[in-house]
Design a protein around this ligand. Structure first.
Ligand SMILES: Cc1ncc(COP(=O)(O)O)c(C=O)c1O
Length: 395
């Protein structure tokens, strides 16, 4: 079944100058970085065109952003945060870094779940914090939080937990009950929670996202959620995100943020995010249906053509975390597929040691281009003689 998200044309995409389309030569099909290929949602395009027409390219003003986010939070998550607790940050990663800076001290340990979004390592270390890795567990249903492992890390003195929910790269959406347990553990061991929820607006049918700071005030007294419109509506280059304090005590720490932090965000980002939050829901509903179909299509294509690849369809977003270990390509199958299939996937090892033998595939495109990505993987394997790849499983 085709939909309006299937109308993207490769020739138009090749004219883009974003990272996805400029990193590799034109004979490589990019399916790596988390950008999507779709045309902008109309209300966002119109708001940006209006801004460009009147030359509105000065410094960002946060005015109206918190209120717009509250409208979206109510509609999407049935959550009504206090707009006074919502602050503009330049992007989610800077937001995460700044929140860790105001909630922890240099030398403190910060827990992450591996495999993890690769920039978490440099961002946590940039401010002199140390990383404690608590790997996700792999069960028959897919990836799960290791709550015992988390408690152990908290008990050993970790000061913060950088929770990624929905989780990149596995696409797992943690349940309200799991978040509640995390909150109880965090309170017991006095651990601050910084929840990166950038993929939350992309929660797919069948799953339900609970913003961490929508839990009760006791649970969220040391918590902050950082999120944005940037993944769902593909606006990361415009630079705008929000941090939402879980308590007055956390909000009071916002005074320690650089006072001109808002000016490091992009004015066009704020304009686009307000349009997304207040008028972007109908478009987003259509996108979620398209991504739902793409994740099922990928399952069908892999089952038919590449049954040795292990794939659990994500519960949110458009990233597929694929275990290629049984193909015998060694720790870095992405390098093999790039060389022999001219298709660029994210390298599993960049997501931590657990990523050996994995690749991450971006499904945020038309069904045709996603099918072409799979075809190139298949062709790479068919092209090489059976003795070319290493014969041992990487994990
Ligand atoms: C989990 C996660 N956090 C943060 C980011 C980066 O967000 P930003 O561009 O807003 O810094 C990404 C981008 O893919 C991501 O997946």
């Amino acid at each position: 079944m085709q939909d309006s998200f299937d109308t993207v044309r490769l020739a138009d995409l090749r004219r883009r100058r974003s990272e996805k389309w400029r990193m590799y030569p034109d004979d490589v099909l990019p399916a790596f970085v988390a950008e999507t290929d779709f045309a902008l949602a109309e209300p966002i395009r119109d708001a940006l065109l209006d801004a460009v027409r009147i030359g509105d390219t000065g410094y960002a003003s946060a005015g109206g952003l918190a209120e717009a986010f509250v409208v979206f939070a109510k509609e999407w998550f049935d959550w009504s945060p206090d707009p006074r607790r919502v602050v503009l940050v330049p992007d989610v990663l800077v937001g995460v870094a700044e929140m860790l800076r105001v909630l922890t001290e240099p030398g403190d340990r910060v827990v992450i779940n591996t495999p993890a979004y690769p920039p978490f390592w440099p961002v946590v270390r940039e401010y002199g914090r140390e990383i404690v890795e608590v790997p996700l567990l792999r069960g028959p249903e897919g990836w799960e939080l290791d709550l015992g492992g988390l408690e152990e890390a908290f008990a050993r003195g970790a000061k913060a937990y950088l929770l990624c929910n929905p989780h990149n790269p596995t696409g797992r959406v943690f349940t309200r009950e799991q978040l509640q347990t995390i909150a109880e553990l965090a309170n017991r061991y006095d651990v601050a929670i910084v929840a990166d929820e950038i993929h939350a607006p992309l929660t797919l049918p069948g799953a339900s996202h609970t913003p961490f700071v929508s839990l009760d005030e006791v649970a969220t007294q040391h918590a902050v959620t950082v999120t944005s419109a940037s993944k769902a509506w593909n606006l990361p280059g415009l630079k705008c995100a929000v941090a939402v304090a879980g308590s007055e005590s956390v909000r009071s720490r916002f005074t320690a943020l650089p006072h001109d932090l808002h000016a490091r965000a992009g004015n066009l980002g704020v304009i686009a995010s307000i349009a997304a939050f207040t008028q972007g829901a109908p478009w987003l509903r259509g996108l979620l249906q398209h991504l739902d179909r793409n994740r099922s299509l990928l399952a069908e294509l892999l089952a038919r053509d590449l049954p040795a690849i292990w794939y659990v369809p994500p519960q949110a977003s458009y990233l597929a975390w694929l275990d290629c270990g049984a193909l015998g390509l060694g720790a870095d199958p992405a390098a093999f597929f790039l060389e022999h299939g001219r298709v660029a996937l994210s390298r599993g090892l960049d997501f931590g040691a657990e990523g050996a033998g994995f690749v991450r595939l971006n499904m945020g495109t038309s069904s045709q281009l996603m099918t072409e990505t799979v075809n190139r993987i298949r062709a790479a394997l068919a092209k090489t003689s059976p003795s070319t790849p290493a014969t041992t499983r990487s994990r």
